[in-house]
Write a new protein. Structure first.
Length: 213
């Protein structure tokens, strides 16, 4: 067979192109040498980390070796410059994506049986006898009930809340201090006996401060 080498090369390229077109969206595991070989077939320039630690940092192993990836995903996220036939393949949308887009368009289209407006619903409810109209109005009208505050909800079912208890404690403390001040004011200690004051003559506060003289 006298077949030129150029025709053989073209035939191989066509077969490779058809195989790549069939497998561009199929998901596989790419690990080690297979990952490097597929990247060299898809990309003219790509990231090639030397150590496994750097490769894990690039997330190639985590995404495509531990979980399945497609060749389209590799070209989009790990190729700096893709080869020209691969770029042409990527420009064409896959069949699944077109089906999904068609379904989205059909779902977003306005339906013929639109929902009735609130005015139509009211008219349909009001049709009937006057007694039914009154019952419908009472059912539709909101009840004018006072809204309970958070404080009322917390203190509901309790005799005293925390605020009242704190206020009562504060009032008792102020009364005790005021009674002590009144005792000091009405029962003064003579200046001659400031250093030697007995407990029966004055309250505890005057005796404590008189120790300083």
């Amino acid at each position: 067979m006298n077949v030129p080498k150029a025709w053989m090369q073209i035939l191989c390229l066509v077969m490779l192109f058809g195989q790549m077109q069939a497998n561009i969206d199929s998901k596989e595991y790419f690990c080690g040498k297979k990952l490097v070989r597929t990247l060299t077939e898809l990309c003219s320039i790509y990231n090639n980390p030397t150590f496994g630690r750097n490769r894990i940092r690039r997330q190639i192993v985590e995404e495509c070796c531990r979980s399945q990836c497609s060749r389209r995903y590799l070209v989009q996220y790990y190729c700096q410059v893709a080869k020209s036939p691969i770029a042409k393949l990527l420009n064409g949308t896959p069949e699944n994506a077109s089906k999904v887009a068609h379904e989205k368009d059909s779902n977003n289209a306005p339906s013929d049986h639109s929902a009735p407006s609130p005015a139509e619903e009211r008219n349909s409810l009001n049709v009937g006898s006057p007694e039914e109209e009154l019952t419908n109005k009472t059912a539709l009208s909101p009840k004018n009930e006072p809204l309970a505050s958070n404080h009322d909800r917390i203190t509901h079912g309790k005799h005293k809340c925390k605020c009242r208890k704190r206020r009562a404690k504060r009032i008792k403390k102020m009364r005790r201090l005021q009674s002590a001040r009144n005792m000091i004011h009405h029962n003064p200690v003579p200046p001659a006996n400031i250093g030697h004051v007995e407990h029966s003559q004055k309250p505890f506060y005057v005796w404590r401060f008189s120790r300083m003289y």
